[in-house]
Design a binder for this molecule. Sequence first.
Ligand code: FES
Ligand code: FES
Length: 172
Amino acid sequence: MIDNTSDRPTQEITLTVNGNEITEEVEPRHKLSDFLRYRADSTDVRVGCEHGACGACTVEVDGKNVKSCMLFAVQADGSDVLTSTGLNEDDGLGPIQEAFHENHALQCGFCTSGFIMATKELLEKNPDPDREEIVDGLSDNICRCTGYVNIIKAVEDAADRMDTVSQATGDD
Ligand code: FES
Ligand code: FES
């Protein structure tokens, strides 16, 4: 949680979050995960363990996935941040989000945005992963509800959907 009531020193930082530039004063101790939730309205970023173990807070910073609870906001100054909401398309959900929805790959949903970002990274590196590669690619993320079966199905479905999109656009 970021509060504005302390008189500790602050530093001005500017981040671009899902395409929106945000400039805010933060204390050096403030985590990127809290900045995203409380200063950038990105409440899709979930904070579970706060020590890099659960993956719920996963976001992309300058094109690479990070656990945002493990980074101070000041370390991300000047960065381009993408959260799962940033994967929305003009007409609704993007293919990964749609695949999670259609395959019932969530129950409470707490872990879902982290899994979606992990899936994005996995499919960018390996557009057609087998089951073992999916399990390995998602190994930084924990789900307490689903038992993972439907999450794996969702990733397979997302790979198919993205393949269809790239074939349609000739974007291979
Ligand atoms: S909240 Fe960041 S990894 Fe768990
Ligand atoms: S759906 Fe509840 S923790 Fe994953």
